[in-house]
Design a protein around this ligand. Structure first.
Ligand SMILES: *Cc1c(COP(=O)(O)O)cnc(C)c1O
Length: 379
């Protein structure tokens, strides 16, 4: 099955009892048993839910994995991955990452004796100096958030030994543009809130793996810790996924157009977009991604928060909001919004300046989007 067919059909069958073509929302907490222990494979809805099972099968197929495991949010999915670790274990992570992931790692998991190291993973060499016998997890985001650096997944996966789990947060690319398990990753994670859901109406997360033993451990955590999504949320993600390829293609078309246009402005200092031939990670992106994504960041020559605010509060189609990956375009200010939980010094190291603006390009008309941005920048 090709990707465009998988989004509609993989793991999905019409409901056998009614013929309903859409997966029913099984809004139930428990299931009747014939005799103790004799049931239809479903006992209690934290452990199994048929709507969730269909979504999990579909996600596994999209990422070329064997098991999908769903959670109530992207961070709940990360929380489950971190619970694979023991006190004393060490993690090496991208230093340019989602602010909430950083907060969960540092503010919560460091308290339980897990040691975090943050480094620029777009320099593959940086892992060598941090890796030791306690390293258990390599945490990769690519493209990174919000600087849109590219990390070479295959090169890093080849560099670490089999004791190190390689996990890729694939939220920015979506499985349509990038399938990390094919590049040597052990775990793929999504905030399905973003491109998979695609309509800014649900919070959801998932992990996908190939290895059966790893899947068993993650399923144990899913059930034991209980951060599971409700069936309606699973239904919305299933529904969103059906148009993922079309939405993603349009978002990429629009982002390519806008990134070029932004370059023409004197007021703009740098435009970060992996689709540019002179972007540092362009060749790797071209190798490991189908296209370059719908996210763009840029900053201003007059690098102040006030100048950024003028743009942020004067767009009309680009709504000022956290999040990304929906059909509607969003504009955001990482320093004060998504990345406010990362200390100032850490941010500066990655180029996340006070005037940095991040765009999540939606699927509207590209000229309307450009006129909207241009008039806000020209003010
Ligand atoms: C949003 C996001 C998360 C967190 O997901 P939630 O669904 O908000 O919990 C993790 N990683 C990335 C890259 C994100 O954009």
């Amino acid at each position: 099955m090709k990707f465009e067919t998988k989004v509609i059909h993989a793991g999905i069958q019409p409901d056998p009892s009614t013929g309903a073509i859409m997966t029913p929302i099984f809004q139930t907490s428990t299931y009747v048993q014939e005799k103790p222990g004799v049931h239809k494979g479903f006992e209690y809805a934290r452990t199994q839910n048929p709507t969730r099972s269909v979504l999990e099968a579909n996600l596994a197929a999209l990422e070329n994995g064997s098991h999908g495991i769903c959670f109530s949010s992207g961070l709940a999915a990360l929380d489950a991955v971190l619970k694979l670790l023991e006190p004393g274990d060490e993690v090496i992570s991208s230093n340019d990452l989602y602010g909430g992931s950083y907060r969960l790692m540092v503010r919560l998991f460091e308290r339980y004796g897990i040691k975090m190291h943050f480094t620029d993973l777009s320099e593959t060499e940086n892992v060598k100096s941090l890796i030791n016998e306690n390293t258990r997890l390599l945490w990769i985001e690519t493209p990174t958030n919000p600087m849109l650096n590219i990390v070479d997944i295959k090169a890093l996966a080849e560099q670490v030994n089999e004791k190190v789990l390689v996990c890729v947060d694939n939220t920015f690319a979506s499985p349509y543009l990038q399938t990390p398990l094919d590049l040597g990753a052990d775990i793929v994670l999504h905030s399905a809130t973003k491109y998979l859901g695609g309509h800014s109406d649900v919070v959801h997360g998932c992990v996908i793996v190939k290895n059966d033993a790893l899947a068993d451990q993650l399923r144990f955590i899913q059930n034991a810790a209980g951060a599971v999504p409700g069936p309606q949320d699973c239904f919305l993600i299933l529904r969103g996924i059906k148009t993922l390829h079309i939405r993603m293609d349009r978002a990429c078309d629009n982002a390519e157009y806008l990134a070029e246009k932004l370059l023409s402005f004197d007021k703009i200092n740098k435009v970060y977009y992996p689709g540019f031939a002179d972007h540092k990670g362009h060749d790797i992106a071209a190798k490991q991604m189908k296209r370059f994504g719908g996210m763009i960041s840029f900053d201003l020559v007059e690098n102040t928060m006030e100048n950024a605010e003028k743009i942020l509060s004067n767009t009309h189609y680009f709504s000022l909001a956290e999040s990304l990956g929906g059909v509607e375009s969003l504009i955001g200010h990482p320093a004060s919004m998504t990345h406010a939980s990362i200390p100032y010094e850490e941010r500066q190291k990655t180029g996340l300046t006070d005037s940095l603006i991040r765009l999540s390009v939606g699927i509207e008309n590209k000229e309307d989007l450009w006129n909207d941005l241009r008039s806000a920048i020209e003010r």
